[in-house]
Write a protein that binds this ligand. Structure first.
Ligand SMILES: NC(=O)c1ccc[n+]([C@@H]2O[C@H](COP(=O)([O-])OP(=O)(O)OC[C@H]3O[C@@H](n4cnc5c(N)ncnc54)[C@H](OP(=O)(O)O)[C@@H]3O)[C@@H](O)[C@H]2O)c1
Length: 333
């Protein structure tokens, strides 16, 4: 494993982290036993960054990570546990129905996450989505008091605008911005957001680096998705868009074959090569995928490989938005 620092004063983390969301929600049937083994394998592989959020399964994913942390209490200091707050659920439907980043809510959310994770501190605490009605100074001010109290070590933001990042960073150093970034979703990061991160010394944690599994080439039809799989509602997996997007993935596969790796590894190695300040967090609940993904750190792509991968997926060629309409409205504030 290789390691990278998140931001100027942030934690050192494995160059590839582990996204834990899919262990509880989103991608098919959860499998607690295999998920726990996948977390074990992450530790053995040298992966130190675990990514979860209070919103994933309304706390269920933090509880799953918490069960693992309790089994590995002696390894706690090696791990960088990242979680997020801000998305609230309607109790009856289980759907996200509000964004709350008020100063009153911040300590309540943090204490609830600490309880579920069974830990005394959160290494990296992110604002999951920003409520545009709450000044970010108020939110980050409340988070900085959690740092002073020793409950949180570092602060991050997810899916924010460059202006929000700048304002937040003036209140308290921001270690990382978490944002969707992959061969399939480049425009959000590349440009002003990445330039602002670099100017301020803030790392980019790239979520959905495999395009929610699309870029791995493992999926060939929507029929393969379980009925409860969220991707059935995701525009890029819709019947009218999927065949087109899968043709782009075949082009990625061709370049990966030339390089001598899998499409997932090519997608991750491409992100890693974009800068030492970028840390992808591919999600999986299976040891076999985790091992495949972790091995991407050993690949060094040539300039020509990187350009071929970009050309394989011209960004404007991807069909469908990256989120359903309602969720899109919560991005970039
Ligand atoms: N900040 C935010 O708003 C936000 C939003 C979404 C996600 N996230 C975080 O980012 C993490 C990563 O994103 P993600 O999990 O949504 O998407 P992703 O990493 O792009 O893709 C995950 C999907 O790819 C599959 N997969 C992983 N490695 C594979 C391989 N080598 N071969 C074949 N299939 C493979 C997984 O399958 P299995 O499930 O079967 O293992 C899962 O279905 C999440 O876990 C979460 O922690 C953050």
């Amino acid at each position: 494993m290789k390691y990278r620092r998140l931001g100027v004063d942030g934690p050192e983390v494995s160059a590839i982290g582990l996204g834990c969301m899919g262990m509880s929600i989103a991608y098919g049937t959860p499998d607690e036993e295999e998920s726990q083994r996948t977390l074990d394998r992450a530790l053995e592989t040298g992966i130190t960054l675990l990514d979860t959020a209070d919103a994933y399964g309304q706390g269920a994913n933090e509880e799953l990570v918490g069960r693992w942390l309790r089994r590995h209490a002696h390894e706690r200091d090696r791990m960088v546990v990242a979680t997020k707050f801000g998305l609230r659920h309607d109790a009856a439907t289980g759907r996200v129905d509000a964004v709350d980043t008020s100063a009153d809510y911040v300590p309540l959310a943090c204490r609830a996450s600490l309880r579920r994770l069974g830990t005394t501190h959160i290494d990296l605490y992110y604002v999951h989505r920003r409520d545009p009605g709450t000044p970010v100074e108020e939110t980050v001010g409340a988070m900085s008091r959690l740092v002073e109290a020793g409950l949180v070590r570092h602060i991050g933001l997810s899916e924010v605008s460059p202006a929000t990042l700048r304002t937040a960073h003036a209140v308290h150093p921001i270690s990382a911005v978490q944002v969707e970034y992959s061969l399939f979703t480049r425009g959000v990061v590349e440009g002003e957001l990445l330039a602002t991160c670099r100017e301020l010394g803030v790392a980019v944690v790239a979520y959905c680096p495999l395009g929610r599994g699309m870029l791995t080439g493992a999926l060939s039809s929507r029929d393969e998705l379980a009925p409860q799989d969220n991707r059935r509602r995701w525009p890029r997996f819709a019947d009218e868009n999927l065949p087109h997007n899968l043709a782009l993935v075949r082009a990625v596969r061709d370049v990966a074959e030339r390089i001598g790796c899998s499409p997932a590894q090519a997608a991750l190695a491409w992100l890693l090569a974009e800068g030492d300040d970028i840390v992808p967090i591919p999600g999986t609940k299976r040891r076999r995928y985790l091992e495949e993904n972790a091995a991407a750190v050993a690949l060094s792509l040539t300039e020509a490989d990187r350009e071929l991968l970009r050309q394989a997926v011209p960004e404007e060629a991807v069909a469908g938005d990256r989120y359903p309409e309602q969720a899109l409205k919560r991005l970039g504030h």
